[in-house]
Design a binder for this molecule. Structure first.
Ligand code: RAM
Length: 546
């Protein structure tokens, strides 16, 4: 199927859906896809070369137990017989996303047998030094790991590795050699790096402390790498557009590249590809033609799409787009509200979808969902107000009030000062954070809840910078400026101290091998949702820059 027939097949499937589930966006989808296509920013390409030959060193103090030390210059390889070298690792100096090419050169005589080379690309040192196989059946797909074997039947030409790579280091190993006396060199390497981000449009105050500046810069690099033709979550894995990642990337983009076309494209893609009843799929994949990841819904993500739409309107003043997409926002609220019980509590037992709040195993999300739902109601009402469409959502303020009161009554324990979630009254940072962000607790109560939870043994901590983002946001909404800054310096600064040049998808300061996927090399080491210090540092200069 070519690209066009696939799009038509997708639209036909939507349109053929039984009348009972009438498509609320009938007649709109094709146009929305076209708007998304028209807003696609151009990729900026840059050619980069390796900066050093490096050698892996096992070091228990290094992040995940491995580090690289420089041992030579890439130019030294030009005349080196690769058969004697057998393996070499190159450092490109920083993280890049794009396409890798190399050139071979005959040194003596000509090929007797094909040459086979294995390339392993890695974002962090441990990824190239941890065996991938045997591959556990419960893991995500083996082919996310970036190892590629190439057989050359000719030398003295350029070869480009077909798949797009996200990496800083590449290890090249000799797997099959061209025969005795047939010597060759791998004498040139080129990487074509790509991003749609463009130039940073903002600057930090001259007096901004060095540590904050460093955290900021790593955040900017993280965002740059994830800004491809959509806001990707991770350019290594999953290489797709997720609502939750987009929401945070768009916040950081506002204070850095200010490339709002990309935000527009992503908002429209989600809308055009929504389920037949208008509910948004959580991830969208661009190739071969934009399509949703069928079957994957995340209610909190669908609700955050509304917030991203309001932010987009604030950033651009693009009322036409916000007005066009407003019906989508109403559908997400209606869907969310269908899981709210008569008490005004979001009932997770109704299992509406994957209720993703953070990757930390065992996290009870009931209290967090209450917060996300209220927050989305507030922001969607604000969106309606800006568009002069409050009448269409006139019931929202009463719902916000009811859910806020219910949150206080059923989820907040006045005595301990903590938000308790689920049948086991779980204490987690996410619960305290989300009820703070939603304004269920007063600012004083919030500060107490966050401080108490941080000192509570067994409090469930976020396992990702995604969850940690909301914790810092909650601190900033409850007058905890110093603690917020210290948290950013410790958490994101901790990654910088451990050598991060882009921020990681998952990070537990107490466990470098932490992975939501049961295998740390599968973690993405350049992950969109981790870039938000850029947003914090610019939005609150008095807290972070002075
Ligand atoms: C993983 C990725 C992605 C996230 C989803 C929920 O696949 O970490 O960024 O949005 O989970």
């Amino acid at each position: 199927m070519n690209a066009k027939t696939l799009t038509i097949a997708f639209l036909a499937a939507i349109l053929a859906f039984p009348a009972a589930a009438q498509d609320p966006y009938a007649g709109k989808r094709e146009g929305w896809l076209q708007t998304a296509e028209a807003a696609k920013p151009a990729l900026h390409l840059t050619t980069v070369k390796p900066v050093a030959i490096v050698q892996a060193v096992r070091d228990e103090h290094a992040f995940q137990g491995w580090k690289y030390e420089p041992v030579g210059k890439p130019e030294d390889l030009k005349e080196r017989n690769f058969k004697e070298l057998e393996t070499v690792t190159l450092d490109f100096g920083k993280h890049f996303v794009g396409y890798f090419s190399f050139h071979t050169k005959t040194l003596s005589r000509c090929l007797d047998a094909p040459v086979r080379l294995k390339f392993t690309f890695g974002e962090v040192p441990a990824e190239l030094n941890t065996p991938f196989d045997p591959w556990g059946k419960d893991r995500l797909g083996r082919a996310w790991m970036q190892d590629e074997t190439i057989t050359l039947t000719r030398l003295d030409e350029w070869v480009r590795i077909p798949r797009r790579i996200a990496f800083r280091y590449v290890k090249i190993e000799m797997m099959g050699w061209p025969g005795a006396g047939y010597d060759f060199a791998v004498d040139d390497f080129t990487f074509t790096a790509q991003s749609t981000a463009g130039e940073v449009q903002t600057s930090l105050e001259p007096g901004c402390p060095e540590r904050i500046r460093k955290i900021h810069d790593v955040g900017v690099e993280t965002l740059r790498e994830c800004m491809q033709t959509v806001y990707e979550d991770g350019p290594k894995r999953d290489q797709r557009l997720w609502i939750g990642d987009m929401y945070l990337e768009a916040l950081a983009n506002r204070y850095s590249f200010r490339n709002f076309d990309l935000t527009k494209r992503c908002l429209y893609l989600f809308a055009a590809l929504a389920r037949e009843d208008g509910v948004l799929f959580a991830p969208v994949i661009e190739d071969p033609v934009p399509h949703p990841q069928y079957g994957t819904y995340i209610t909190p993500y669908a609700l955050l799409w509304n917030v991203a739409l309001l932010d987009y309107l604030e950033d651009t003043g693009d009322t036409a787009a916000a007005d066009d997409l407003f019906p989508v926002a109403k559908v997400q609220i209606a869907e969310g509200l269908s899981f709210v019980d008569e008490r005004g509590i979001f009932d997770v037992a109704k299992k509406p979808s994957w209720l993703f709040i953070d990757h930390r195993a065992g996290l009870d999300v009931s209290a967090s969902m209450q917060g996300v739902m209220i927050f989305a109601l507030q922001k969607t009402y604000e969106l309606a107000r800006r568009l002069g469409r409050e009448k269409e959502v006139a019931q929202y303020p009463a719902l916000i009030k009811k859910m806020t009161q219910a949150g206080r009554k059923y989820l907040y324990d006045k005595k301990s000062g903590l938000v308790l979630s689920g049948p086991d009254a779980q204490v987690s940072m996410m619960s305290q954070s989300w009820l703070t962000i939603a304004g269920v607790l007063t600012s004083k109560e919030s500060a107490r809840a966050i401080r108490t939870a941080l000192q509570t043994e067994g409090c469930v901590m976020p396992g990702t910078p995604y969850g940690t983002h909301y914790l810092v946001e909650a601190m900033l909404c409850s007058g905890m400026a110093d603690e917020a800054r210290a948290y950013v310096e410790d958490y994101w600064g901790g990654m910088v101290d451990k050598g991060a040049d882009t921020f990681w998808e998952a990070y537990d300061p107490t466990d470098d091998l932490y992975s939501p996927y049961g295998f740390h090399p599968l973690n993405s080491a350049c992950h969109a949702w981790s870039c938000t210090p850029v947003y914090f540092i610019h939005k609150y200069p008095e807290v972070f820059q002075r």
